[in-house]
Design a protein around this ligand. Sequence first.
Ligand SMILES: NC(=O)c1ccc[n+]([C@@H]2O[C@H](COP(=O)([O-])OP(=O)(O)OC[C@H]3O[C@@H](n4cnc5c(N)ncnc54)[C@H](OP(=O)(O)O)[C@@H]3O)[C@@H](O)[C@H]2O)c1
Length: 288
Amino acid sequence: MKVLVTGAGGQVGHELVATAPDGIAVTAVNRADLDIGDAAAVAAALAASGARWLVNAAAYTAVDRAESDREAARTINDVAVGTLATAARAAGARLVQLSTDFVFDGRSSRAYRPEDAPNPLSVYGRTKLDGERRALAADCGAIVLRTSWVYAAHGRNFALTMLKLLAERDRVRVVADQIGAPTWARGLARAIWALVRADAAPGILHWCDLGVASWYDFAVAIQDEGFARGLLPRRVPIEPIATAEYPTPAERPAFSLLDTRATRDLIDAPALHWRHHLQGMLDDRRPA
Ligand SMILES: NC(=O)c1ccc[n+]([C@@H]2O[C@H](COP(=O)([O-])OP(=O)(O)OC[C@H]3O[C@@H](n4cnc5c(N)ncnc54)[C@H](OP(=O)(O)O)[C@@H]3O)[C@@H](O)[C@H]2O)c1
């Protein structure tokens, strides 16, 4: 089966290429190869690849910058998704569109289910939600897969930022009142491949690693596991702080745990606790 992966230079795109299972021939394009907003180029890339699936891992992911760069966020996260979905329908291909826990407002007292009402708090969240709607409206058999707190051994993410800060500073302060689930891009990529292989029905699904954490919990685990692997020279105090003490341009949901049961019931990819996946990512970075 042939699959076109857009945004292949990003965290998830990179892991999609690295984990493509036997029997799936991937054409991977990064931003320099294909701008997802260019309708003619998207149609040509789909035709050239002969793909039956288009997995879109490209997005505008700078959550805070999006507050002052609305047009760029909207162009990539919303309008371009319509371009991809329209091209997929015309080519007879199905679309996997990745989305985010930030479509929710965080006021839930239980993990968010795919059918729960979204209410984004930020420009990023709004543009991703509008992109979801374009994907689903285009009649291209789209699967919208929401995920949360993605990290990998490469790219821009909290885990790598924390490793750097913990190595450089004498103490680190981390927000302790935002709750969610860290998700290793590699496990997410495997779940995406499992959905493609299962030819899962169109609709909205959720995927994140199992368990629950605050950013503070995640930082403590990164230090413990990083130190144990020789990735950090020493331990430093990590201080839990409130969101109000670390103001950011974009408002984030206080609680954005995703309920992944429906996806887990559909596929054979293993779902693991986030700490187990963190260990896997850090093992990849361990000095030889
Ligand atoms: N990261 C998270 O914590 C998180 C959480 C929940 C959901 N998600 C979703 O998961 C998906 C993958 O995220 P990620 O973490 O892998 O993001 P990422 O590492 O930022 O990768 C996104 C990629 O898209 C590329 N891109 C941006 N605009 C493009 C365009 N017009 N045409 C083609 N490529 C373009 C970027 O290139 P440049 O680097 O050159 O801009 C980058 O390589 C996204 O849909 C994101 O919204 C991410």
